[in-house]
Design a protein around this ligand. Sequence first.
Ligand code: AMP
Length: 415
Amino acid sequence: MNILVLNCGSSSIRFQLIETDVEQIAGNTDRRLARGHLERIGGEAVVTLHANGREPERLTAQLRDVRAAVEFIIRWACSEASGISEVQSVADIHAVGHRVVHGGERFTHSVLITDDVLRGIKDCIDLAPLHNPANIKGIVAAREVLGAGLPQAAVFDTAFHQSLPERAFLYALPYQFYRRHRIRRYGFHGTSHRYVAYRYRQLRGISREETNVITLHLGNGCSAAAIRGGDSVDTSMGLTPLEGLVMGTRSGDIDPAIVDFVSAKEGLSPQEVETLLNKQSGLIGISGLTNDMRELLAEARENNDRRARLAIEIFCYRAKKYIGSYLAAMGGADAVVFTGGIGENSPEVRALICDGLVWLGLELDEARNAAHTQGREGLISLEGSRLAAYVIPTDEELLIARDTVRSVRGIPQRF
Ligand code: AMP
């Protein structure tokens, strides 16, 4: 089946066209037909389109809203100019898979979108006020452009973490806040953690039940997951993606009393402090330079910039602490798996995170670590290291496409 995968933000859309089939999954014969990115939707949008085997095209287009953007993607995909031979007309797009950020407690798996499901996604807007409305707009737009008869599936960032036990997902707040407002840890990046755990067991040739790993998704957003017996049993992001690791622009864990303190000292509203914690903290906040890890590493290397070094150090220290705490929580694990833009590409950051963990059995192989960049998957620890380390590039879109096929065919999903 040809699946259009849509990841709709408030003013941008990422998309991929993927040919995949449940029967072929074991053989890994999925094919990526095209991908693209549309930014600044609402005016003169900046568009990147990349059909498989061709040079990427960059152009601008007047796209007034999400619907116009979805129409643009489909028109391009079906056009002769795109050169996608598998998609000649709208009829060659067999289903749409949407990344949906928040599924609350209702959505524990990916689902076919019905009016009732759409209402359920709307019910979660409170929990993800920036993301879910954009995801809903994408679903409605695709329905309008492709017709209500075309199956669409929703794949939730939170779903994989619905297996967390109460002791891991409940905050030590008055219990009625959970009962009344569903305040709890939900976790995010679920599709990414699930994908790398799945690839890990493929690489090792082991079953889901034998999969005991800590996955570190380190990109602009960062999160860790403790995966035991194939299930997510703890994760670092919480009610919102703000909790946990240090990220590009987010603080991660802080003392909650800081919000009031900063608010009083700086004359900011709690809302403004929250924005500051989300957008001006983390790597950019500490360094005062950038949220881009690559640039920070260059700045530290070339100019020995103190605050760039500090930002990198704090980032790695926090990640190391999460590895330690998850090992304790899980009663040990077999591997640490790195993914995300930083996790996949930076041997230096991986080495800093693993530094000093030999005592608990993690021995990095310097040469292997250095060799795994730019999408190269594999082992980066020494043969025989009691706790192994792997780099596994994430592929959320592929999992979204496969879940969409399964949802359409009514095949049960194995999370
Ligand atoms: P993502 O959000 O997964 O696209 O990851 C973005 C982050 O990955 C940014 O902080 C980039 O600087 C970082 N990144 C990408 N390539 C590298 C690299 N070669 N070395 C270090 N960080 C990188």
